[in-house]
Design a protein around this ligand. Structure first.
Ligand code: G4P
Length: 529
């Protein structure tokens, strides 16, 4: 197969949802279609449950499992599909944001009864900002839920999407009869025991056919015709170009648990979803079909086995082919590196591969050379954009609880921050270290890992911060900026990359500061133009 064909057959995507909407179940059904797993339940444990807050071993165990399921790859109808895991738990949202830099499209799963939920809103917003093509799957149609049109409204109003349904439910919950596939023009009937079988479909050239009444009954047939008339009147026809630009989002209905509507979703997905796209580096736009290899680190995972402390860095290949034992330039530190055992991921396994293509994820063993956002190339100094830090939600001073182990503590903090577990801010005034996290759970994870992996002990102390804002001075030499730095010295810190950050203690003080120093721009994200 040619290099070009290899690129065109790849689909690298993420499934995003609020916890419990059915992401894991859907992932599993997709893998079943690909023949990548033999039975249901194989990826079931792929989530970190909040109940485990105080049970560190449980967190570790679950993290261990999530390494194995970070990337799930399989072949379906000759397409190479890479699903990147995106933790739904909000404490790990930052991990998900970063993973979204490595996907070419996403599937959004929404619970039919709950509609759009908080975590869906946040994640979809990130995808919208980046114009990532999205398909929506409304799940759990076997249960009573909201009216289909209300749900479509919800998607438009709460998520700001421009939707068009490509399938439509016939009944719901107890009365759920099946799904009309607008894209393929056929009906898929639901029967209670379809759990393992792939349903047979009935093609309809015209919905006016009286055959419809025979199959789903008079009332349902009339309702379906009315609903489809409404769909035609209200929603624009599906337009692939608009979908690819992130301007239109097709919607499917189904039930992942009952394997219903999943094949329709997958068949449409492989046809319309993009193959690996060009990616913007700071220097230029890099096309997937360029000959020279380039890729970037979007995730680092610590090894859970205490005897092997090395980590696994996940690289998304953007262009060219990644080959085993070939030297590549680590752009940040200027070193050439060779990798003798790059891992590729298949279903739940990882194995050493000789060659990987754009869209693939390669896992590289790392002894501390990589940070999230690092770029590998064949020599060109490229820096991939789009892996920003977001303002954390929780902030605490971190103190050394064992003065004999300060070296271990600082090494540990350093490495955990490289992995992206949390963010470190060093105060300008006194050099004290402040840890910022998205969720409270991370403080416990950090404390536990410092002790068990680095032999260091830490304690925390409250530090009330409302938001961390990255500072951009219109003119670093002007008096206003000097004045800002002098007056706000107590609230200024450097992040890990050395960027200046203002730690606002309240929304009020943030507003006042913005008003008082208009030429000093404050951003909630570390990347800005
Ligand atoms: P998540 O990864 O998005 O967090 O969700 P997950 O797939 O784990 O699904 C959450 C719950 O919803 C699970 O039930 C799952 O069985 C159920 N579910 C998923 N799809 C459907 C569906 O189409 N219909 C119905 N009725 N339920 C669905 P659970 O009781 O929390 O877990 P389990 O005990 O079944 O594993």
């Amino acid at each position: 197969m040619s290099f070009k064909e290899q690129i065109q057959r790849r689909r690298t995507f993420g499934i995003i949802s609020h916890p419990d909407a059915g992401k894991t179940t859907l992932t599993e059904k997709l893998l079943l279609f690909g023949g990548a797993i033999q039975e249901a339940g194989a990826v079931k444990n792929n989530k970190i449950k909040k109940t485990a807050t105080s049970d560190f071993m449980e967190i570790e165990r679950q993290r261990g499992i999530s390494v194995a399921t970070s990337v799930l790859a399989f072949i379906y109808k000759d397409k190479k599909i890479n699903i990147l895991d995106t933790p739904g738990h909000k404490d790990f949202a930052e991990d998900t944001f970063r993973t979204l830099t490595a996907v070419d499209s996403v599937i959004v799963v929404v619970d039919v009864a709950k509609g759009v939920e908080e975590q869906t809103e946040k994640l979809v917003q990130v995808c919208r900002m980046r114009n990532i093509p999205m398909i929506v799957f409304i799940n759990k149609l076997d249960r009573e839920g909201k009216d289909a049109f209300d749900l479509l409204d919800d998607l438009e109003q709460k998520l700001g999407l421009s939707v068009t349904p490509l399938s439509f439910p016939i009944g719901m919950g107890y009365d759920f009869k099946g799904i009309y596939n607008i894209y393929e023009k056929n009906i898929n009937l639901f029967s209670g025991d379809s759990k393992k079988n792939i349903e047979e479909t009935i093609a309809f050239d015209s919905l006016e056919s009286t055959e419809l009444e025979n199959i789903i009954g008079n009332k349902a047939a009339e309702e379906l015709r009315d609903n489809l008339d409404l769909v035609n009147g209200v929603y624009p026809p599906f337009d692939k170009e608009s979908y690819l630009k992130g301007q239109q989002q097709p919607v499917f209905f189904g039930s992942a648990l009952n394997n219903f509507g999943v094949r329709e979703l997958l068949d449409c997905f492989i046809e319309i979803a993009p193959s690996p796209r060009a990616k913007k580096a700071e220097e230029r736009l890099v096309e997937a079909n360029e000959k020279e290899m380039s890729g970037f680190v979007f995730k680092i995972h610590a090894n859970m086995d205490p005897k092997h402390r090395d980590r696994l860095a996940f690289i998304k290949i953007v262009s060219g082919t990644f080959e085993r034992n070939k030297p590549y330039l680590h752009v940040r530190n200027g070193k050439k590196m060779k990798f003798s055992s790059p891992n590729a991921f298949f279903a739940e396994k990882k194995e050493i591969v000789d060659i990987s293509y754009p869209g693939d994820i390669v896992g590289l063993h790392d002894t501390g050379n990589f940070k999230i956002g690092d770029t590998l190339t064949e020599g060109e100094a490229l820096h991939y954009k789009g892996i920003p830090s977001f303002s954390p939600e929780h902030f605490r001073y971190i103190n050394n609880a064992d003065p004999m182990k300060s070296k271990q503590l600082y090494k540990g903090i350093d490495q955990l921050m490289d992995e992206g577990v949390a963010q470190l801010f060093t105060l300008e005034l006194n050099g004290r270290r402040v840890i910022g996290t998205v969720g409270a759970l991370q403080f416990e994870v950090i404390q536990y890992r410092l002790e068990h992996e680095y032999g260091a002990k830490c304690t925390y102390e409250n530090f009330p911060v409302y938001k961390a804002c990255w500072v951009q001075a219109e003119d670093p030499k002007n008096d206003e900026f000097k004045e800002f730095k002098r007056v706000k010295q107590k609230f200024l810190a450097k992040d890990k990359r050395g960027q200046l950050v203002f730690l606002a203690d309240s929304q009020f003080s943030l507003q006042m500061t913005q008003q008082k120093y208009p030429s000093v721009k404050l951003h909630f994200v570390s990347e800005f133009d």
